[in-house]
Design a protein around this ligand. Sequence first.
Ligand code: 2HA
Ligand code: ZN
Length: 271
Amino acid sequence: MKDILKAPFLIEMADTAANMYRLGWDERNGGNISCLLDETEVGEYLDLGCVIREIPLGFDGAELAGRIFIVTGTGKYFKNVKADPETNLGIIRISKDGSKAELLWGYKDGGKFTSELPAHLMSHKARLSVDVDHKVVVHSHPTYTLAMNRVHVLEERAFTRSLWQTCSECIIVFPDGIGVLPWMVCGTNEIGEATAKQMLNHRLVIWGIHGIYGTGNSLDEAFGLIETVEKAAQLYMLTAHMPIINTIKDEELKALAETFGVNYRKDYLDV
Ligand code: 2HA
Ligand code: ZN
């Protein structure tokens, strides 16, 4: 067996958590990450027949039965993941009947997966239904995105337009726009279901006055989506209180999207 602490998927997960902590997006135990792993790859590091313990999921995960994920732990700090991955992360397999998580590695102090696992797994399911290469769900509390939640209408078309108008890369990076949920109680199956519904049409979803979800085929992609929204939100917040003299007009956004060949939300533009 190879050393799991040297597995690229584990190192990348710990590096991403450290990065997000340093950006100030994931204070205390804020934020959580889950990545779908390849069974053959995990088998190089772990005996897949050896289940450390079983943890009830609290919702129906049957459609993801047998899938293996690496997931941040509940109550754990992104700040600490790199120094002690085995306590702060876990590798789980969804049981055959979809009711339990089989712990294959991690959560060494007796802990368990993030309280937001329903939203993560339901989002994985939704994204996999529209993209077979989907792998990653990242949740975070980026500062300017949350500041913008306080002063901007929480509606997906308006919110997406404000971000697209702020800098040229936005419509190219997230042409599918950004889903927006109203404020809801987090950690519940209800918010998970509402998130997953948005995930059928978007790779990014805002949780009103709470945070953001980004998804993708890799950690880089999911992180990069959130990073781009956060940059645009920062620009928005730096300028929202000043007279706006220049913006990217709808015809210009259309020209950008067409030049870069992205499949953008045409109904989000007035052209
Ligand atoms: O896990 O961010 O949404 C801590 C959170 C809850
Ligand atoms: Zn959160």
